[in-house]
Design a protein around this ligand. Structure first.
Ligand code: DAH
Length: 339
């Protein structure tokens, strides 16, 4: 029995030394020390030995077992170390390789203009309102004082959907929705996408963007409108631009005015950009027509208001000197990287 144990010890020692994977090591552990392992069998067979042999064999068996356990632990640590070094070597980073340059994203010029307009009006205490792009005829025209067959509808031909649904031609529809929903005082701007069935050219696209503005309170006069829009124009285009209010017509405002800024290219002298007039139109505006207030349930004797609406593409084109609206939609990085 003692010889047998010595033999097991020798075999195990050389086998454990030769092992080169943790799996093989585990197999060896099972074959010597597992439930049916060689050492376990001997310990289990102790009962068959002569009583005087038991302490001798028992002691030796436990020594052999202890030795095998230690060898396995040592070998396990060694194998783990080897595996770790191998992994570290595989993961080495060559810091001398050239890096991959990550381009920094930037905002689209339309987003820049939207952000700037929002910033100006949030600073004046306005809130942001929204409305649907698929709109009812009522909100896009009727409630804005364009009755059916009104000739001003012709200027805003659009895409008609089923029933009385259409793609909104302007953000002015949000004025009506806001007046219906909120009690005065009202101060909102409504940025958003609008549609017209226009042919595409350097200044038209069937989808474009507007920002609408609306203020309703007691005693709102043309002076409030002027102050607000002069401030907007100067913030957007610079304090040295002149601003003028030119009489105009919109069904939903009375009186109505278009706002022009002096042409930055010729400084008001007249050039191709401003068609020789020295002025560039930037938006439409006016005092809210009493019919619009009354139709949405606001007493026009108690309240008055002003409104305005501008095309965001046009503002961006004037501000950044872009001569073709299509550039804003081509997604050409050579163009977009300039902003
Ligand atoms: N909705 C007009 C358009 O798209 C622009 C406009 C003009 C809006 C005058 C207004 C306004 O709120 O008062 O042509």
């Amino acid at each position: 029995m003692e010889d047998k144990l010595r033999e097991i010890e020798q075999q195990a020692t050389s086998a454990i030394e030769k092992v080169d994977s943790l799996e093989q090591l585990e197999d060896l552990r099972v074959s010597y020390l597992g439930k049916k392992g060689a050492v376990t069998e001997i310990l289990r067979g102790m009962g068959d030995l002569a009583p005087e042999m038991r302490p001798i064999v028992g002691k030796l068996a436990n020594q052999v077992k202890g030795k095998i356990v230690n060898l396995i632990i040592e070998q396990e640590e060694r194998l783990k170390e080897v595996a770790k070094n191998k992994q570290l070597a595989a993961e080495t980073i060559d810091v001398t390789l050239p890096g991959q340059k990550q381009g920094v994203a930037r905002k689209h010029p339309l987003t820049l203009v939207f952000d700037e307009i929002k910033e100006i009006f949030l600073g004046l205490g306005f809130q942001i309102a929204e409305g649907p792009e698929v709109e009812a005829d009522y909100y896009n025209f009727e409630a804005l004082n364009f009755p059916a067959n009104h000739p001003a509808r012709d200027m805003q031909d659009t895409f008609y959907i089923e029933g009385d649904r259409l793609l909104r031609t302007h953000t002015s529809s949000v004025q009506v929705r806001t007046i219906e929903d909120q009690e005065p005082p009202i101060r909102i701007i409504a940025p958003g996408r609008v549609y017209r069935s226009d042919e595409i050219d350097a200044t038209h696209t069937p989808v474009f963007h507007q920002v609408e503005g609306l203020m309703i309170d007691r005693d709102i006069s043309f002076a409030h409108l002027k102050e607000t829009l002069i401030r907007l124009s100067k913030e957007l285009f610079g304090a040295d631009r002149e601003v003028r209010f030119r009489p105009s017509y919109f069904p939903f405002t009375e009186p109505s005015a278009e706002v022009d800024i002096s042409c930055a290219k010729c400084d008001g002298g007249g050039c191709k950009l401003c068609s020789g007039t020295g002025w560039l139109e930037i938006l439409g505006s006016g005092l809210v027509h009493p019919n619009v207030l009354e139709m949405s349930g606001v007493d026009s004797k108690e309240y008055s208001g002003f409104a305005f609406g501008m095309g965001v593409e046009r503002i961006a084109m004037l501000k950044y000197g872009i001569d073709d609206i299509r550039l804003l939609y081509d997604n050409d990085l050579r163009f977009l990287k300039q902003f």
